[in-house]
Design a protein around this ligand. Structure first.
Ligand SMILES: [Mg+2]
Length: 233
């Protein structure tokens, strides 16, 4: 059995992502419902987005499009604007929102941390459409660091699989629901990265992080505690 696997989440862990969504929501708000305050627009929109997503995740029929694909997110705008009886330009919304979402900003010291941890076996698990996520990961150049990248809807199964191969699996992510709870369910060490921007609907009261950090570089010290071959830095 191998010693240690370190698993990273991508969105809002290694890069800033939610801000892109918020910027696109702001744009639609200003363009089509300017009289509705952003706070109310965001609250209403996030609620309807959560409902649509839960419906997609619960549905028995297999969807031909990933539930977290940006086009699914864009459809939420159509539904929300329909509900508010607003007329809108579908093509324009699609073009604008996709350009917001394609933006990739590296979070904090991600690159430095990946470089420091390079000698370990690193993995990436991301919830999202493979093609879309790959194109965004490619903009960071981070794929070179990972043994393998997984594109999933839920992370439990991948973590359980890694736990069969490695004595210790460490999962690092910003989302209590998709990262920390999945790690708890799989026997992985859970490191919760806070201080960023995380969707309210990705919260979970049941998740129990083993470590809480607000800077990714704190991961290096924690990894050293679990490794038989600690880094000397
Ligand atoms: Mg995340």
């Amino acid at each position: 059995m191998k010693d240690l696997a370190i698993v990273f989440d991508f969105d809002d862990t290694l890069v800033h992502t939610r801000i892109n969504y918020v910027n696109s929501i702001k744009w639609v708000n200003t363009k089509y419902l300017p009289k509705l305050s952003f706070k109310h627009f965001l609250e209403g929109f996030e609620k309807s987005m959560e409902e649509n997503l839960n419906h997609l995740l619960d549905s028995e029929t297999k969807n031909d499009i990933h539930p977290f694909h940006p086009l699914i997110f864009i459809k939420n705008f159509y539904k929300f604007l329909d509900k508010n009886s607003v007329s809108y330009d579908k093509k324009l919304i699609e073009k604008k929102v996709l350009s917001f979402l394609a933006d990739v900003q590296i979070r904090g010291d991600s690159l430095k941390v990946l470089n420091k941890l390079e000698k370990f076996e690193l993995y990436l698990i991301t919830v999202g459409d493979e093609k879309w996520q790959k194109s965004r990961i490619h903009k960071t150049g981070f794929e070179q660091f990972f043994n393998k990248m997984f594109f999933v809807i839920e992370k439990d199964d991948v973590l359980k699989g890694l736990k069969k191969e490695y004595k210790t699996v460490i999962m690092i992510g910003d989302s209590l629901k998709s990262d920390i709870l999945a790690a708890n369910n799989s026997g992985a060490i859970a490191i919760h990265l806070t201080g960023g921007d995380t969707w309210s609907y990705r919260h979970s009261d049941d998740a129990k992080p083993d470590h809480v950090i607000d800077n990714l570089d704190e991961v290096v010290e924690i990894v050293n505690k679990y490794s038989f071959k600690p880094l000397t830095t």
